[in-house]
Ligand binder design. Structure first.
Ligand SMILES: C[S@@+](CC[C@H](N)C(=O)[O-])C[C@H]1O[C@@H](n2cnc3c(N)ncnc32)[C@H](O)[C@@H]1O
Length: 254
């Protein structure tokens, strides 16, 4: 069963209509069209949460992982935190973010819906250890990193998360390709020695780092990633054959 109707119903009941999953091509080439914001009756609120497609990727992880303690770094209005709670109902979740209205909303929605979430107003990296110590029951075994979108920040977020995490923790990074954070991701993979995949077939170019994943989980992750050489060749072919070259003839005639 999918979590999607419940996730939408929770936000609709709070007067926030999810705007998510649209094609960039349908929305004036707006890069953020796939990602999640909300219509609050007056305008658009929120800050580019996981896209509908990425929530669907997340919810299928329940077939492979059973985390007990989850950390979300970058909660915003709680969209991905609530999605994680619906996906892994047995897990305790702590989410940190300095945005107070989002923290209050997330805690209210969690309470109204019996979800095991505590959202804490705090900054990564310093806020991670105290929040986990106070609100979780043991080492973190699933982390979503979606806060400051720079290479430096995902390195410090990851390092702080590692200090509270189990050895075989599963890390999910949002926006790695779209925000050009592949160098930070590579650094995290090299320094940790974890396995990883860049999920090039997700709208934001998410990434995962993990250890000791089952062959079934690896096969699932492989459905969302590409062989780098094949992807490069595919992109070259698309550029040469599928993209309309409006000015090619004029320029060739110079
Ligand atoms: C892209 S939004 C997160 C979206 C959210 N994960 C979702 O799917 O709805 C990024 C969030 O990171 C928060 N943020 C900024 N600096 C932070 C920090 N140092 N630690 C934790 N969160 C931070 C921002 O307040 C913002 O809410």
């Amino acid at each position: 069963m999918t979590i999607l109707p419940k996730l939408h119903a929770i936000y609709n009941s709070a007067g926030l209509k999810p705007l998510t999953g649209h094609s960039t091509g349908h929305m004036f080439d707006w890069m953020d069209a796939p990602f999640t914001r909300f219509f609050d009756g007056k305008g658009i609120v929120g800050c580019a949460g996981l896209s509908l497609f990425e929530i669907m990727f997340l919810e299928h992880l329940a077939g492979y992982l059973t985390p007990k303690n989850i950390l979300v770094i970058g909660n915003a209005h709680g969209w991905s935190t609530l999605a994680a709670a619906l996906t892994f109902p047995e897990a305790k979740i702590v989410a940190i973010d300095p945005y107070e209205p989002g923290i209050a909303l997330t805690n209210r929605l969690a309470q109204e819906n019996g979800l095991k979430i505590t959202a804490v107003e705090a900054y990564s990296p310093d806020g991670i250890k105290p929040a986990c110590a106070e609100h979780l029951d043991g080492p973190v075994d699933f982390v979503l990193i979606d806060a400051v979108h720079t290479n430096e920040a995902i390195i410090t977020d990851f390092a702080a998360a590692r200090e509270v995490a189990a050895d075989d923790c599963f890390y999910l990074f949002h926006d790695v390709v779209n925000w050009k954070m592949t160098e930070g991701l590579k650094h995290n993979q090299t320094t940790s020695g974890l396995d990883g995949r860049l999920l090039t077939r997700t709208p934001s170019g998410m990434a995962v780092l993990f250890k000791g994943a089952s062959p079934d989980l690896v096969a699932y992750l492989d459905c969302f990633s590409d062989n780098p050489q094949l992807l490069q060749a595919y992109r070259d072919l698309v550029r040469q054959t599928m993209v309309k070259d409006s000015f090619g003839e004029a320029i060739a005639a110079l």
